[in-house]
Design a protein around this ligand. Structure first.
Ligand SMILES: NC(=O)c1ccc[n+]([C@@H]2O[C@H](COP(=O)([O-])OP(=O)(O)OC[C@H]3O[C@@H](n4cnc5c(N)ncnc54)[C@H](OP(=O)(O)O)[C@@H]3O)[C@@H](O)[C@H]2O)c1
Length: 209
């Protein structure tokens, strides 16, 4: 938060709004706050980035607790789905305001932060139940969103940011935050209808489901 606050001092267009995404009843309030900033332009990009991965994930099936599984599901899957639902009016507004543009950021895009660990096809190591099932879940939701929202000019993709040096990614991760973010932004700017409903990574290349 401190980092964001100092960024805000040098970037007047950056607005910070705080929410605990497990507090589903507050979504209406956050949409109103965003609408106060975006006005008649609507919202062009909703990037659902928050995620959790409990340490016990590494201990496999024997350490699995229903409470931790449900908690992870709330943040990694229910939150991005319900937040997207809440933001649909603002996304529609942006897509409508730029009706003649092709699908993409000029209209409206939902980016759901997934992970390669949500890929069922590439899972050769097993375990990591909390994380894998919730990221596979958001991948399934992305696909449905991409179909359901297409006629409103809103597209949806699942994004893997790479293995990145963050609190979650850890020190051993090969990619710096700046590199991952720069590439994701470039990829999001370049999105078109061919990527709608896709599972892509930071550099825009497709990943197996
Ligand atoms: N790092 C990687 O290598 C990697 C790889 C694949 C996918 N991802 C995905 O990338 C996304 C970002 O992860 P990260 O690497 O930046 O992890 P991180 O350093 O652990 O950050 C997670 C972020 O999610 C927020 N968050 C968690 N629970 C929340 C809640 N209930 N309400 C609001 N915000 C909440 C945290 O906010 P607070 O700090 O306020 O708690 C924090 O900003 C996640 O979806 C993660 O699964 C990361």
């Amino acid at each position: 938060l401190q980092e964001l606050k100092s960024l805000q001092q040098s970037h007047s267009k950056l607005h910070l709004l705080q929410i605990d995404l497990k507090d589903f009843d507050k979504y209406g309030e956050i949409v109103k706050q965003v609408e106060e900033v975006t006005g008649s332009d609507g919202l062009n990009v909703l990037f659902n980035s928050a995620g959790v991965s409990p340490r016990s994930s590494f201990l496999g099936l024997r350490a699995l607790k229903a409470s931790e599984l449900l908690d992870t599901f709330s943040v990694n899957c229910v939150a991005p789905l319900m937040l997207t639902k809440a933001f649909i009016p603002l996304l529609k507004k942006a897509a409508k305001a730029n009706k003649s543009a092709p699908l993409g950021v000029t209209r409206a895009v939902v980016v759901n932060m997934s992970s390669i660990l949500g890929s069922i096809e590439t899972n050769v190591d097993g375990s990591l139940y909390h994380y894998r099932v919730t990221k596979s879940g958001i991948n399934a939701a992305t696909k449905s969103m991409s179909i359901d929202l297409k006629n409103d000019g809103i597209m949806a993709v699942s994004m893997h940011p790479g293995w990145v040096k963050t609190d979650m990614g850890g020190e051993k991760a090969p990619m710096e935050v700046e590199e991952s973010c720069e590439k994701m932004i470039e990829t999001i700017y370049g999105l078109d209808a061919s990527k709608n409903g896709g599972f892509i990574q930071y550099d825009g290349s497709s990943l197996p489901w």
